[in-house]
Design a protein around this ligand. Structure first.
Ligand SMILES: [Zn+2]
Length: 741
């Protein structure tokens, strides 16, 4: 039984599309992620019990808008408990005005331009706006509401225009150029030199060197793009929340884990159904259903609902928005003298050119596609052997993957779940972090939060000194966007005294139902470790200038520190340290660990193919050499046919909900995750080669040469300083089972 309040029937899609819906929707925005920690180690680590927190109290003064006031909170954390929705818009407007005044003062300075009075002054300007933007970005991503969405929509073009007012200010550009021209005689430190290089490049890349007509068109394009980006993200959220699948026959749940059954029942009650179970399109809901349900029709319904988000020809359709976005980006690149948006973006990344990205993707694509075809054949055989007629389809893939996994490795994912309760997974990640870098985590339920489910930790160095603050927001809810991500509420810097970082990590794990545990599994534990890796990158930053601190590095380098953390979580010796049954405390049995090892490369053909298909799709949209709009579905179909994608697999993100590239910062950059995996697999080998996964000197080197250095040097240089050589792709191919190890 299905109730669908929205039009998501398969008839709304083209036949080729329907056929192409075979992809499953595993895991996270930052796809390789995971981590945890455990009660055995609780002695070594600050415990993370769940004390009933007293209501947090913040004190603020000096301004009637709390976002602009001085915060007398401990560690200077934002007073989330006191900030009101209505504070944001006026705070943004006032902070932008302040920023403009600061920039005007730099321009009006009668003294000749110097590094201090121009470059450093500009670096320090806009601090209040950064504070407001970061709080808003964090809260609106993790716990939005109608008011915040309206603020976002209203201010998107205003904020874009504000950025252009500064980036395209001719007098400001003249001063920056004047400093740049004398740079060699200024006696700058390497970091100061880097700041100047990056700042000048930023101005050029935003159009400062264009003529007046070019600048005017640049402003128009940026304004439109900002609106499209906001609208695209809202449409994805609306489409995700609008879908529901009501299941009324318990047989249709299959072997769905009990906690998820409970969660689905709660969801049904919340939505006013007296009986049954409701599944939605957030991943923790739809993926386990596709794994578990033996009902092929229902699987198809859920699968199509997922795949057609943003592509339902309704008021939330994203096709025109994304096509116009790609066209405007092409026009902007042309204006800047680049053949395509991809050329423009990549010229500032490690990869440097589209050719290098495409040939890298090709190199992994070919073996992966062959492996995926073999996986398909195995599943087809099992399906037909069970008496299900016809061809394997997209909505069958996840289900039969689990069946084959069970048959071949006797590995029952569901039986593993009790060993990966969310808090013990978190403690496992803390433990790994502690063993590598000596940091400890101290829960602070008294600090203000934006949602009661959030956890807050003070992070300390091995010697007990304060390092920073870490927020963790684990559970899916309608007010949160999909995926998992990290952001900074305050970035490290050391211009006039050391400023400590405040970072947040966000996830979409299944919320505990009926007082039960949240059992997240190993994949989500990897996600937890991944976001923790970004958090560590922010927390361990030790540079002078904020704009070069922490995660301020190219897209195809930023995923290295995050992905490298995932490597520990699946290692047998590490699993034995943290993976314990949430009820009995029993360590994950060796039998399970052996099976996990044996099946480590299982389904990697599929996982790799769906990823690279999306990376090719991203490149296709951004290799347009003219500002021409394309019909999105036909464009995508043609591109997928061109690369030889098989019908049963969809790109990991279809164009209609590819938020990374149409409302995030990953345009012409989705390949970065795989690119960074070359680095992270190779980096992890540095530990393996010592014979000690927690080798302290290697960890210290990783910290000193990479994690603490932010963007003060190019990524490859940082990497080579750590590893002693450039990375090899071999470790990645072996880890994915795409070559013989
Ligand atoms: Zn990431």
């Amino acid at each position: 039984m299905i109730t669908r309040p929205r039009n998501v029937s398969s008839s709304s899609s083209s036949p080729s599309l329907a056929r192409a819906m075979g992809r499953h929707v595993l895991s996270v925005l930052h796809r390789s992620t995971g981590l945890l920690l455990l009660s055995a180690l609780a002695l070594a680590l600050p415990a993370c019990a769940d004390p009933a927190p007293a209501p947090p109290v913040s004190h603020v003064t000096d301004h009637d808008n709390l976002l602009l006031a001085e915060w007398h909170t401990e560690f200077g954390v934002p007073p989330f408990d006191l900030i009101k929705n209505e504070h944001y818009e006026p705070a943004f407007r006032e902070a932008m005005a302040l920023h403009i005044a600061e920039v005007e003062a730099i321009v009006a300075n009668p003294e000749a331009p110097t590094f201090e009075n121009t470059i450093v002054a500009l670096e320090l300007s806009g601090a209040m706006l950064r504070r407001v933007s970061r709080v808003f970005g964090a809260v609106s991503g993790a716990h939005t509401n109608d008011t915040l969405q309206t603020v976002d929509r209203t201010l998107a073009p205003v904020r874009a225009a504000h950025a252009d007012d500064i980036n395209l200010n001719p007098e400001l550009w003249e001063r920056v150029e004047a400093v740049y021209e004398q740079k060699d005689g200024l006696g700058l430190t390497p970091e100061q030199d880097r700041l100047l290089e990056e700042m000048r490049k930023g101005f050029v890349r935003r159009g400062a060197a264009l003529d007046e007509a070019g600048k005017a068109r640049m402003r128009e394009i940026n304004g439109e793009l900002a609106q499209f980006s906001t609208q695209y993200g809202e449409n994805v959220l609306a489409e995700t929340n609008a879908y529901e699948l009501l299941v009324t026959d318990t047989a249709d749940l299959g072997n769905l884990p009990p906690n998820l059954v409970h969660l689905a029942a709660e969801k049904a009650r919340e939505r006013g159904y007296e009986a049954g179970w409701v599944f939605t399109q957030d991943r923790p809901s739809v993926e386990p259903f596709l794994d578990a349900s033996p009902n092929r029709d229902l699987r198809k319904d859920a699968f199509m609902g997922y795949a057609l988000r943003g592509d339902n020809d309704n008021e939330h359709d994203n096709k025109e928005i994304l096509s116009r976005t790609a066209a405007l980006r092409a026009e902007r690149a042309n204006l800047m003298g680049y053949p395509t948006h991809a050329h423009f973006v990549l010229s500032d990344n490690m990869a440097e050119t589209p050719d290098r990205v495409m040939s890298f993707l090709e190199e992994v694509w070919r073996p992966a596609l062959e492996v995926a075809k073999q996986e398909r054949a195995d599943m087809q055989e099992l399906m037909n052997a069970e008496g299900v007629e016809g061809e394997l389809e997209g909505w069958d893939w996840r289900h039969y993957t689990e069946r084959v996994r069970k048959a071949r490795y006797a590995l029952d994912q569901e039986a593993l779940l009790p060993y990966f309760e969310v808090n013990s997974a978190r403690d496992g990640v803390f433990m790994v972090t502690n063993h590598l870098f000596g940091m400890t985590f101290h829960e602070r339920p008294d600090l203000p939060r934006w949602h009661p489910d959030q956890q807050v930790f003070e992070v300390r160095e091995a010697d007990g000194s304060h390092l920073g603050i870490l927020y963790m927001d684990f559970f899916a809810r309608p007010s949160k966007r999909g995926g998992a991500w990290m952001n900074s509420l305050r970035t490290q810097s050391n211009v006039d005294g050391f400023v400590t970082p405040i970072v947040t990590t966000n996830f979409n794990f299944p919320a505990p139902a009926g007082g039960g545990p949240s059992l997240i599994g190993l994949d989500n534990t990897m996600t937890l470790a991944h976001e923790m890796g970004h958090a560590i990158h922010g927390l361990l930053s030790n540079v002078t200038y904020e704009s070069l601190a922490g995660t301020a590095v190219p897209r195809d380098f930023v995923e290295m520190p995050s992905q490298v953390m995932e490597n520990w979580m699946g290692e047998p010796e590490v699993l034995r340290m943290y993976a314990r049954h949430y009820q009995t405390g029993e360590v994950l049995p060796d039998e399970f660990i052996d099976k996990l090892q044996a099946s480590a490369t299982f389904n990697q053909g599929f996982i790799t193919v769906e990823f690279i298909a999306a990376a090719f799709l991203d490149m296709a949209w951004h290799l347009l050499d003219r500002p021409v709009e394309h019909e999105a579905r036909a464009f995508e179909d043609a591109e997928m046919a061109h690369i030889g994608l098989i019908d049963e697999i969809l790109p990991r993100y279809r164009s209609g909900y590819f938020s990374h590239i149409f409302s995030g910062g990953y345009s012409a950059g989705y390949y970065s995750y795989l690119w960074a995996e070359v680095l992270d697999k190779d980096a992890f080998q540095a530990f393996v080669e010592t014979g000690d996964l927690f080798h302290r000197e290697t960890a210290q080197k990783l910290r000193d040469e990479v994690l603490s250095r932010g963007g003060t040097r190019p990524g490859m240089e940082l990497y080579v300083n750590f590893r002693g050589r450039e990375p090899s792709i071999q470790a990645l191919l072996e880890a994915r089972g795409l070559v013989d190890g």
